[in-house]
Design a protein around this ligand. Structure first.
Ligand code: DC
Length: 223
């Protein structure tokens, strides 16, 4: 039986990096679904389309102009937009904001959820995102809701930015985290929420390694 793992949670909870390590330890592929929403956001920014213009964004997706796919090179995810590897470009902060806007639209979600379900069919895989346990993989073997307090998520983000020489103050980062939480949990289509059968992991007071161990123990117990 394939092992499917769903990890959902708010922005800055460390889902992507933690998921990468957990998947590696289990020897299965990791699909970072946020990267796919980022690719749609990037397309809009690069083609001068306002990500808030729902009608145009949805029309482009429905017309097949925004083809998002994923491939793996040595187990590492590469995110493709119309055949081009955009894995680096989607990490810009403005792309994150555009992704948050386009992820509200049903046409965008339908297109990406369909591809995610196809990829996870019949093979062991770990998917992380906002709606994996509630929509994409309702029957996942293991569901985790990984969160941390807004303050500790903002603090981690501030330290990451400092390493890159960015001195954005804590209050500004905290405001951004709270705004993103509000958007992700209040959108009409598939809002972020903990699935009823998901196990809550609060990493506010856990180190990276402790969080990975906590998740691996949950997986072991469910397997
Ligand atoms: O996890 P991330 O920051 O890379 O995600 C980018 C945006 O995409 C985020 O605002 C929420 C959205 N998203 C989503 O709606 N559903 C998912 N499964 C993954 C991400």
């Amino acid at each position: 039986m394939p092992l499917t793992i769903a990890i959902d949670g708010p922005v800055g909870a460390g889902k992507s990096t933690i998921s990468d390590v957990v998947a590696q330890r289990l020897g299965i592929l990791h699909l970072d679904t946020g990267a796919m929403y980022r690719a749609v956001g990037l397309y809009m920014l690069e083609n001068d389309v306002d990500p808030k213009d729902q009608e145009t964004v949805c029309a482009l997706c429905e017309a097949g102009k925004v083809l998002v796919d994923v491939r793996y090179a040595d187990g590492a995810q590469q995110t493709l937009l119309n055949g081009q590897d955009v894995s680096g470009r989607i990490r810009a902060q403005e792309v994150g904001k555009a992704a948050s806007a386009v992820s509200r639209y049903p046409a965008v979600r339908r297109m990406l959820v369909c591809r995610q379900q196809e990829m996870a069919k019949g093979q062991s895989m770990l998917l992380d995102g906002r709606d994996i346990g509630t929509v994409v993989l309702k029957d996942a073997t293991v569901k985790i809701y990984l969160t941390a307090s807004p303050e500790s998520r903002a603090k981690r983000r501030m330290l990451q930015l400092k390493e890159k020489g960015d001195e954005t103050p804590f209050e500004a980062i905290l405001a951004e985290v709270n705004a993103r939480d509000y958007q992700d949990t209040h959108r009409e289509t598939d809002p972020l929420r903990q699935a009823e059968d998901a196990v809550l992991v609060d990493s506010s007071d856990l180190t990276f390694d402790e969080t990975v161990s906590a998740i691996l123990s949950i997986v072991e117990a469910k397997k």
